[in-house]
Unconditional design. Sequence first.
Length: 300
Amino acid sequence: MRLIRIVVMNESLSSVSDGFAVPGYSLIEGPGGLPVVSLVNDHGVASIALQGATVLSYRPSDEADVLYVSESAVFSDGQPIRGGVPICFPWFGSHGTDAGKPSHGTVRTRAWELVGVHEHNGALTVRLTTREGVLAVAFEVTLGPRLGMSLEVEHTGRSGESEVFEAALHTYLSVGDVSGATVTGLEQTDYLDQLEGRRRLTQGDDPIVFEGEVDRIYLNTSATCVLHDPVFERSVAVDKDGSRSTVVWNPWIEKARRLADLPDDAWQRFVCIETGNIADNAVTLRAGERHRMAAALSVQ
Ligand SMILES: O=P(O)(O)OC[C@H]1O[C@H](O)[C@H](O)[C@@H](O)[C@@H]1O
């Protein structure tokens, strides 16, 4: 176990010299030696890598994991983790003006700081922070009756300044077989089709089905989405708050082959439903302002 710097920000948190003395919480050595927060309580089990503040698993009691992590994922400093819930920030996809900058921003490839763990009404919450220029970023994960995830951004710069950012909780949901899976909640919603240079189209009345690559940024929607999985015989709801965009992605056969950290057949085993603020829905923050975006996963 390597040494990890842990700062207690909140005096009310119980702490010991090497972590937080909260029942159900532990900091363990995860894949590739990366530090991983493990949470266990009556609601289930969750784990979060400090690398990218990436949620790696969420298993409600008596359920298989809600999240998918690639069997070929790379767990290494400076590398994004393929699966779970990577955080895209402060841009989504390729950078608007500099093609040399990394896909999905800067924070998914760096170690975040673990600043707090607490228990409240039987739920466990862990808080991680990072910073991008004048934007201070905090991510909280709560293991309760649902898995809560909250991304809060504060502009700490000088008055008169403002910043525009995009964000997404890039949630890889595990499915028994993508071919039979459907997503509801985005009917009659406009989207940018990433497969057609972000051409603007409108979803019809039918659920989203997967019969080929799907890569869409739905705009101006705060709707709950539900992933229906007839093989696992369950539905997973993605509720959200402070988010106006939802991305739905499955790479299908060809793109999965091109992604080195994804097995060739892995496209069958996940659907991404990503809670975000992207493109038209990018967020502008003036100095001193905060923005909070949250998502909650639950099995129905
Ligand atoms: O390979 P990554 O940089 O992790 O991106 C994986 C995927 O993320 C999002 O879902 C985008 O809409 C896709 O276009 C992209 O392929």
